[in-house]
Design a protein around this ligand. Structure first.
Ligand code: AMP
Ligand code: ZN
Length: 467
């Protein structure tokens, strides 16, 4: 089976053919670490992390780089506002980001380069661009000369006029052309800075990614990815810098862009102030609910965030974990069966996760309906292998149903004791006592269900509690 990917550069879905199948390379633009990331920021890392998983199934050696942007004016402003040193901001939020990504099951990259660790490479690339006539120094700045690269704008499909209009806010006297963008800029003594041929200064954002991609992946990479809000100017500028610094050689063969996560129809973004902070969501919801939601829509489509989709995600996962709970006595593990072909086929088709989830539901239905122990074992193993590839159903059903949501903290041992006490009361037909215990459990936020296999309990969700 062939992996097919939608390439933003050609605007077509193409067969993925790596330049060198013995070393497949992917670069994903990482976050600027001045704050906790929001749930929208997590979308590219979950989606393209899943792509890294698929690539590793197909190729023996995949190098996935996901950078950390740790020098930026927003970081400087955040440190100033908090009255703390800059590295306290960047170190703290880098760690939080990496931990939150791990909890979401977003695949870790092979390399996580920090911009501040690549200043010599950034300076060297800027120098090469000046020497080859693609950049110029002016008043302590180095600027990329957009007129020196006629293909500028090819990725985003913008005309030069559009780009100039977009860049006009930045018009500065030292620019030859309003669309020229900064590779290096001067720093005042209170700001982070490094010595350079143009005086003490710091890099622009775009050149950081070009230099880090070159340092870790080489001149030409197979896949470059990020959110579609980065297509212009960030990715357009990366292409211009890298192509010109490499004598016109191709920078990235496939460009992948995820759609935006929206909230009430508007892009979730810190500047609009409509963000749901991932770190906080992870305290309230099981990570798999958030992961499922981020993968529920096709990655190129917009994805609207709402309480109702959150509840629906929880219900879907409750259903799948319910199947596993019914089959708890059947011995089967992820990897006990190959990943079902329909799951592979869906994912290889430009990461069609909605189709993969539809297939996962069919596998859950088949497992629920299986009649013989052998059929149950096979169906459970297929369901677990499929879910494992998608990064779901990673817990035991017991742990899942007892997850404390909405800050309700439940003493599991106490619940078990009450459930047993209630069973004993029912046995001696003391139904009044049994009902009292059920009410008490309900007040604690625990729902119970009597089944032929005995009494089960789970933490109520918000709806059940409100009812
Ligand atoms: P930033 O730190 O702003 O560079 O963002 C980190 C990553 O999150 C980039 O790949 C952005 O394209 C992506 N991103 C930002 N906002 C959203 C959003 N609302 N939905 C999806 N991706 C986003
Ligand atoms: Zn980048």
């Amino acid at each position: 089976m062939t992996l097919r990917l939608h390439n933003s550069l050609t605007r077509r879905t193409e067969d993925f053919v790596p330049r060198d199948p013995a070393r497949v390379t992917m670069y994903v633009c990482g976050p600027t670490v001045y704050n906790y990331v929001h749930i929208g920021n997590a979308r590219p890392y979950v989606v393209f992390g899943l792509l890294s998983r698929l690539l590793r199934r197909l190729y023996p050696n995949v190098v996935y780089a996901r950078n950390i942007t740790d020098v930026d004016d927003k970081i400087n402003a955040a440190a100033k506002a908090a009255g703390v040193p800059i590295d306290q901001i960047t170190t703290g939020f880098t760690t939080a980001y990496q931990e939150d990504m791990a909890r979401l099951g977003a695949d870790a990259p092979d390399v996580a380069p920090h911009a501040t660790a690549h200043i010599p490479q950034i300076i060297a690339m800027s120098q090469r661009l000046i020497e080859s006539g693609h950049a110029y120094a002016a008043e302590g700045h180095v600027l990329f000369d957009v007129s020196s690269y006629p293909a500028y704008g090819a990725l985003s499909g913008r005309s030069t006029d559009d780009m100039i209009a977009g860049a006009r806010v930045e018009v500065a006297p030292y620019k030859k052309n309003p669309a020229d963008f900064v590779l290096w800029k001067p720093s005042t003594p209170d700001l982070p800075g490094w010595d350079s041929p143009w005086g003490r200064g710091r890099p622009g954002w775009h050149i950081e990614c070009s230099a880090m991609a070159e340092a870790h992946l080489g001149e030409t990479i197979d896949i470059h990815a990020g959110g579609n809000d980065l297509m212009f100017p960030h990715h357009e500028n990366e292409i211009a810098q890298s192509t010109c610094a490499h004598g016109g050689r191709l920078f990235a063969k496939y460009w992948l862009h995820n759609g935006m996560l929206t909230f009430n129809g508007k892009k979730m973004s810190k500047s609009l102030g409509n963000v749901m902070v991932l770190h906080e969501l992870l305290q309230k919801h099981p990570p798999e609910v958030l992961r499922y939601l981020l993968l529920k829509a096709h990655y190129r489509q917009p994805l609207d965030w709402s309480d109702s989709t959150l509840k629906q995600a929880r219900t879907t996962l409750d259903g799948w974990y319910g199947v596993l709970r019914d089959l708890a006595d059947i011995e089967a593990v992820a990897g006990g069966a190959p990943v079902p072909a329909e799951i592979d086929a869906a994912l290889l088709d430009d990461l069609n996760t909605p189709e993969a989830f539809a297939a996962l539901s069919r596998l859950a239905d088949a497992a629920r309906a299986a009649a013989t122990p052998e059929a149950k074992r096979a169906a459970k193993a297929a369901l677990l292998s499929a879910a494992d590839l998608l990064g779901l159903l990673q817990q035991t059903p017991d742990a899942w149903f007892k997850h404390s949501v909405s800050g309700v903290d439940i003493d599991g041992a106490e619940v078990e004791r009450l459930v047993e006490e209630r069973a004993a009361a029912k046995k001696v037909k003391d139904f009044a006592a049994a009902d009292r215990i059920r009410m008490r459990l309900q007040d604690m936020g625990v729902a119970i269900e009597d089944t032929p296999q005995g009494t089960r309990w789970k933490i109520q969700n918000d709806d059940e509690r409100a009812a």
